[in-house]
Write a protein that binds this ligand. Structure first.
Ligand code: B12
Ligand code: SF4
Length: 476
């Protein structure tokens, strides 16, 4: 016997815009269940505009499910966009929540309500929050505890739960699964009614996003992904996903189409870029974007960028992090190998000369003094001002883009451990971090503030951050 399954995406209250990128986790699971004959529905929760405006104007009341709207997407094609009513979950046997840390407070609230109103429902939590905050999730009080906690891969555990192979037993049950290979999995579901809500442009063309792999071969000390080995999806799966996204662009009447690879192993070497470029080209995308690294751009130059540019590649994302050599030496950008700030400047020059604009991610670290800040601001000013050769799909001059964030030390990162161990005397992290505060890029370009002590006062860092973000172009 199979059970009726609902996947829930909790709201992203802190994001400037909740509909920039689809949250893919539940969509991978939905298509996997479907392959095994199990249909499931989706519920995307988002904060009502009036509440968002109140919060932004400084009215801060406790989080409430009454603040939310819901976009329901039935497997049968039914779509409902309305005020959230928890009764909708009453129709299901299994409710699976896909949760990233800043979404955790809403996810806990919803689970508590479901447990109170519908104790017979089996609730499951998966996603990056239970992955990195597993101990806290497993230890939730009984009235808030999930029946199943799935911290790693969700495919097989969700199938086991949905097919009734495993059953709840009154306590939080941990199911840990790690597939050695991701090559036999279907592409994520792409419901048109959901895709039409998301808006992001790459070089003037509307874009959807996907990931070609999970994990990362690097070990930056501020990042959790650094400890996860790389597993690639099959070429056939990516091919199919590109085909479905291309068809969705067409259904939505987009005159041009773009795709972004959001994984951390986008443009790694000429051979791999060649393969990806062929796939993108095959489906006729006008523009595309992927992530790479400054040292790779320097090392391979045209060999890396030429196949990308030839197939419409117009923007690359790079973690340029800092203009301070002192900070760069601390963050371990290249698995122990030296990287110099001059590589960052040079990589931007090379990309721009090839007609590729750079989306640069930079950070403020809580140990930084005025000189560190000055050096990174100089890097940001350089990036924002450097000429990009060429125009975008709308005939506008291409421009580089910069994000300035304040580092958030997530549990499981090297810096989290070092701060907790007192290795940075000027820095202290809050003892009991509210997961709702664990974001580095939120409303008005601001970051959460997880520190009780930092080298300089918070307002100095935030002023610098606001200035750097003010250099962003109006389009990309
Ligand atoms: C694309 C992306 C985004 C996109 C889209 C979000 C999304 N989730 O798709 C955007 C730009 C919106 C985004 C935003 C943010 N992101 Co992000 N993002 C990613 C990225 C690169 C890929 C996500 C993805 O598609 N993965 C592929 C799918 C298959 O993996 P998955 O979602 O984890 O799902 C698997 C399992 O977790 C599980 N699972 C997922 N849901 C469920 C549900 C159930 C019921 C079950 C059983 C299992 C299950 O099954 C899936 C298959 O195994 C990841 C890094 C990564 N490689 O995962 C970071 C990552 C998830 N992001 C991260 C962060 C920090 C953020 C932000 C906080 C950044 C910020 N703005 O401050 C925000 C948070 C937004 C939010 N929703 O709260 C962290 C998460 C840390 C954490 N503790 O949660 C990650 C891990 C990157 C990192 N190492 O720092 N992100
Ligand atoms: S910051 Fe990027 S490159 Fe560094 S470990 Fe994380 S995902 Fe990998």
């Amino acid at each position: 016997m199979t059970h009726r399954v609902l996947f829930v995406k909790p709201p992203d209250r802190f994001l400037e815009n909740e509909f920039v990128y689809q949250q893919l986790g539940p969509h991978y699971l939905q298509s996997f269940l479907q392959l095994h004959g199990i249909e499931s529905d989706l519920l995307v929760l988002y904060e009502r505009l009036s509440i968002r405006q109140e919060r932004e104007s400084g009215i801060l009341s406790a989080l409430s499910l009454d603040d939310l709207n819901m976009l329901f997407l039935g497997a049968d094609g039914r779509v409902v966009d309305d005020v959230f009513d928890v009764k909708i979950v009453g129709d299901y046997n299994i409710v699976g929540l896909s949760v990233m840390s800043p979404q955790a407070p809403d996810a806990y609230l919803l689970n508590k309500t479901i447990k109170r109103l519908y104790p017979e429902i089996t609730t499951v939590i998966g996603g990056s929050h239970p992955r990195y905050y597993q101990d806290q999730v497993v230890a939730l009080p009984p009235n808030m505890a999930f029946d199943f906690v799935v911290p790693q891969d969700g495919w097989q555990p969700m199938l086991d739960i949905a097919s009734g192979k495993v059953k709840k037993n009154g306590q939080s049950t941990l199911i840990v699964d790690n597939m050695p290979k991701l090559t036999a999995l279907p592409a994520p579901s792409r419901p048109v009614a959901l895709m039409q809500r998301y808006h992001f442009d790459i070089a003037g063309a509307p874009a959807f996003h996907t990931v070609s792999a999970l994990g990362c071969p690097f070990t930056c000390h501020f990042c959790e992904s650094g400890i996860e080995s790389v597993r690639r999806f099959s070429e056939a799966m990516i091919n199919h996903d590109l085909e479905v996204m291309a068809a969705t662009h067409a259904k939505l009447g987009h005159a041009q189409k773009s795709v972004m690879f959001f994984d951390d192993v986008g443009l790694m070497n000429p051979k791999q870029v060649g393969r990806l470029s062929e796939l993108v080209n095959h489906h006729g995308y006008d523009t595309w974007r992927a992530f790479t690294h400054a040292y790779l751009v320097r090392k391979f130059e045209s060999d890396l960028l030429e196949p990308f540019v030839r197939t419409g590649g117009r923007r690359i994302g790079m973690g340029l992090e800092t203009g301070s050599q002192r900070s760069l030496d601390l963050i371990n950008k290249r698995n122990g190998k030296h990287q110099s700030v001059s590589d960052h400047y040079e990589a931007v020059r090379i990309a721009n000369a090839h007609g590729v604009a750079v989306d640069a991610f930079t950070m403020i670290f809580p140990w930084e003094d005025e000189e560190d800040l000055r050096q990174t601001t100089a890097l940001v000013e350089f990036i924002a001002g450097n000429d990009v050769k060429g125009t975008d799909e709308q005939g506008r001059q291409m421009r580089n883009h910069v994000d300035s964030t304040i580092m958030t030390p997530y549990q499981g990162t090297k810096f989290y451990d070092l701060f907790r161990a007192g290795k940075f005397p000027a820095v202290e992290v809050k003892a009991d971090l509210d997961p709702g505060n664990l974001y580095y890029k939120g409303n008005l370009g601001g970051s959460g503030w997880p520190y009780t002590r930092s080298r300089l006062p918070r307002d100095i860092y935030e002023r610098e951050q606001a200035y750097r973000n003010s250099l962003r172009p109006e389009y990309r």
